[in-house]
Design a protein around this ligand. Structure first.
Ligand SMILES: [Zn+2]
Ligand SMILES: [Zn+2]
Length: 313
């Protein structure tokens, strides 16, 4: 960037945020970012003092930024640990695990690693077109189960404002307004076996996270998942609106969070349906068999019975 100076210290700036009307250098940017995350957490009560927090870390920029920033702003006396799920997509998953291990050593934060293979299948085994959906189901299930088994109060993920805005738009267009009423930066547990979930980066953009990871020199998995679609139209649409209307993404996700918190608790409980348990694994489920066990059964069946059946770890 030519001739743009940092508004804090006057050195050459690396970035200008149109949303905040501020230019920052590489040294001042991380402190600014940390202050923004701290403000989100306090304002929206995303995490409370003294909580045991499990951070889901894939090795991508958003979750790497999340683990580091929580460690940096921790005067809330949180007990922080990382969870990495090895999804068994071959070389890509091995590289991801290596990055997360490196981060764990660098920032001195304990790491729990869970292998999807220990549940009897991997994402590579899934022959369906919707591999990403399978991945999401597996991650949500393992995150909740691991957090509960290890006694954590809350499990946090690196979802960004871009992720949430794209998902919300897609759901609004599809007529699925109920999703919006469920979105909260902090979703409290609604059953004993369900751990509270929180998204401390819901007001941050991918670009802000990318800059933070780069300015702090953190280990990062650069390549994309081999099974991910090449482009995400909804995210492209969100970026295009943002380009033309600065601040759209953040205002949109804040609006959604406000709508959700104003929705009556009756509606919210109604949306979750009757809270039962899965007849296969005993985890919480709104139907007889939970989404994870259905997925596993389908993958094992598609593999022509060659796969083994194992007990749950
Ligand atoms: Zn500066
Ligand atoms: Zn189940």
């Amino acid at each position: 960037m030519r001739d743009v100076r940092c508004d804090k210290c006057g050195k050459p700036a690396v970035t200008t945020f149109r949303t905040y009307r501020i230019s920052l250098c590489e040294a001042c940017y991380p402190r600014f970012y940390e202050a923004l995350v701290r403000r989100s957490i306090k304002r929206h009560c995303i995490l409370r003092e003294n909580e045991r927090v499990l951070i889901a870390v894939s090795g991508g920029k958003d979750s790497v930024a999340l683990a580091h920033v929580l460690k940096k702003i921790n005067d809330f006396n949180w007990s922080l640990e990382m969870l990495h799920i090895n999804l068994g997509t071959g070389e890509y998953s091995d590289r991801a695990e290596k990055v997360v291990k490196e981060l764990s050593e660098m920032i001195e934060m304990p790491l729990l690693t869970v292998n999807l293979a220990d549940f009897g299948f991997t994402i590579k085994d899934a022959r369906m077109r919707k591999r990403c959906a399978a991945c999401g189901t597996a991650k949500r299930y393992i995150m909740n189960r691991t957090a509960r088994m290890h006694g954590f109060d809350v499990v946090v993920t690196g979802h960004t404002s871009d992720d949430i805005a794209a998902f919300a738009l897609k759901n609004i267009v599809g007529g699925n307004i109920s999703w919006i009423l469920k979105f909260k930066p902090r979703a409290e547990s609604f059953a004993e076996s369900v751990v509270t979930k929180a998204r401390p980066l819901f007001e941050r953009t991918e670009e802000e996270n990318r800059l933070y990871v780069s300015a702090e020199n953190l280990p990062l998995l650069e390549d994309r998942c081999p099974f991910a679609p090449h482009r995400d139209d909804w995210k492209d649409i969100v970026r295009e609106i943002e380009r033309r209307k600065t601040g759209f993404t953040q205002n949109f996700v804040r609006g959604i969070a406000k709508l959700a918190s104003e929705a009556s608790s009756e509606e919210t409980i109604g949306e979750r349906g009757v809270c039962g348990v899965c007849s296969v694994c005993g985890e919480v489920s709104s139907s007889d068999v939970c989404a994870f066990c259905k997925l596993r059964a389908r993958i094992v069946r598609d593999a022509g019975g060659k796969m083994w059946r194992r007990m749950m770890p």
